[in-house]
Design a protein around this ligand. Structure first.
Ligand code: CTP
Length: 215
């Protein structure tokens, strides 16, 4: 077994509330992040899994922190990332949130005939925490339609990650995915129609192998 690491993994969607019962969110199931958490715990690593609202059991041996919104997830990352060795940012963070959250239910009579919701941008969580990542190994995800390689390579740089996992929309919800892993040297690894468990194991091995040996 390798020397144990502390991995922080984010998973699932975030919810951005309009009022106490309505929100904006996305189709992320959380399966990829949970698979990474499970694979890492099985290899003997300490895992902190920061999970958006998903209906999945906590993998054995994993410390789970449940969050709702992007800003909650950022607070959890700020708490756990500094003491970690690696971050796998599999969460599908909502890029926007409503500017105001109604305290009570947003009633029809207040909404008027053609209601609109003003959105404000959420912080880029990965960019925020990975800016000063030091020795930590950071994995980003990108979901792109069409040929997303170039966009994924740009995100890898912009977010200061070591590796980015490029997925297509078929990854959403299922147990399988086709993914391309890209690193900062331009190396590519194609994983065609693999179980998310297998992709997860590859990522955990990368975290084990690419850790700065001088630390
Ligand atoms: N991410 C983040 N904070 C955000 C948005 C995304 O940390 N506010 C992270 C995701 O967890 C993922 C990567 O950044 O690891 C995805 O990058 P992003 O540019 O948001 O990708 P998409 O949402 O797929 O991009 P876009 O809609 O801009 O194509």
């Amino acid at each position: 077994m390798p020397e144990p690491l502390h991995l922080v993994v984010t998973a699932g969607p975030t919810r951005e509330h309009i009022d106490p019962v309505r929100y904006l969110s996305n189709e992320s199931s959380g399966r990829m992040g949970f698979a990474v958490a499970r694979a890492a715990a099985r290899r003997g690593h300490r895992v902190t899994l920061i999970a958006g609202p998903v209906d999945l059991p906590t993998p054995k041996g994993v410390e789970r922190v449940d969050v709702v919104s992007a800003r909650d997830m950022l607070a959890a990352l700020r708490e756990h990332f500094p003491a970690s060795d690696a971050l796998v940012m599999a969460a599908a963070v909502a890029d926007y949130r409503p500017r105001t959250r109604h305290r009570g239910k947003w009633k029809a009579k207040e909404r008027g005939e053609s209601p609109s919701i003003e959105l404000v941008e959420n912080p880029d969580l990965l960019r925020t925490v990975a800016r000063r990542k030091g020795h930590r190994f950071v994995v980003a995800f990108a979901l792109e339609t069409g040929d997303g390689l170039r966009r994924a390579a740009r995100k890898l740089e912009a977010k200061n990650a070591d590796v980015i996992v490029l997925n297509g929309p078929s990854a959403l919800g299922g147990d399988r995915t086709t993914a391309t892993l890209l690193d900062r040297e331009g190396n590519q690894l194609e994983l065609l129609d693999r179980r998310k468990d297998e992709v997860a194991r590859v990522l955990v091995r990368l975290a084990e192998g690419l850790r700065d040996p001088s630390r």
